[in-house]
Design a protein around this ligand. Structure first.
Ligand SMILES: [Zn+2]
Length: 176
């Protein structure tokens, strides 16, 4: 009888321990949500959404969502006649411009949008001249229509958002 009670107690402790182990180690961390405001992107609102969607399809640790009423956006998107450019204040925060100067020269608008979001996600310019690289920007041929990050670019963004506090200096990135 005593042995049976002890066995039951040990089983209960083991079961409790098992439950605790499961709750202490969540299978997947929730992605960090970044809200963007495209309301001032003029004729480029749809292409801004497209750029955000490209990233959402490419990475798991961060999601770009349209800002909802009453919420302060992490990222504001504008449009003007200059070069596309991004202003980062910290990882995931800042603004970028859809610049008509590049659009009018023939650069692919979805590629520009995904590239500028890439800066907000912590990627610098890498002017490799390769269309396969999203962050090669204007160094790739003007007729390059690849809007997707390559595997290294996607992995870098996932790594940057894997932990809560990765310091990224504030910076300005210009398309040309
Ligand atoms: Zn750039």
């Amino acid at each position: 009888m005593l042995i049976r009670k002890i066995a039951a107690a040990v089983f209960a402790v083991l079961a409790l321990g098992g439950v605790q182990a499961v709750t202490a180690a969540p299978a997947t961390a929730a992605p960090r949500i970044l809200y963007y405001d495209a309301s001032q992107a003029q004729e480029f609102k749809a292409v801004v959404d497209q750029g955000a969607q490209i990233w959402n399809n490419s990475v798991t640790n961060v999601r770009l969502l349209p800002v909802t009423a009453g919420r302060t956006p992490n990222i504001r998107v504008y449009a003007d006649n200059g070069w596309p450019r991004a202003y980062t204040s910290s990882l995931g925060n800042g603004s970028w411009y859809m610049g008509r100067q590049a659009v009018n020269q023939g650069y692919h608008p979805p590629r520009i949008a995904a590239h500028e979001f890439g800066h907000l996600l912590g990627l610098p310019d890498r002017r490799t001249g390769l269309c396969a690289d999203l962050m090669s920007g204007s160094s790739a041929p003007v007729n390059c229509t690849n809007p997707n990050p390559n595997a290294t670019e996607a992995r870098t963004v996932n790594n940057r958002f894997a932990s809560a506090a990765v310091a990224v200096p504030s910076k300005v990135y210009v398309w040309q």
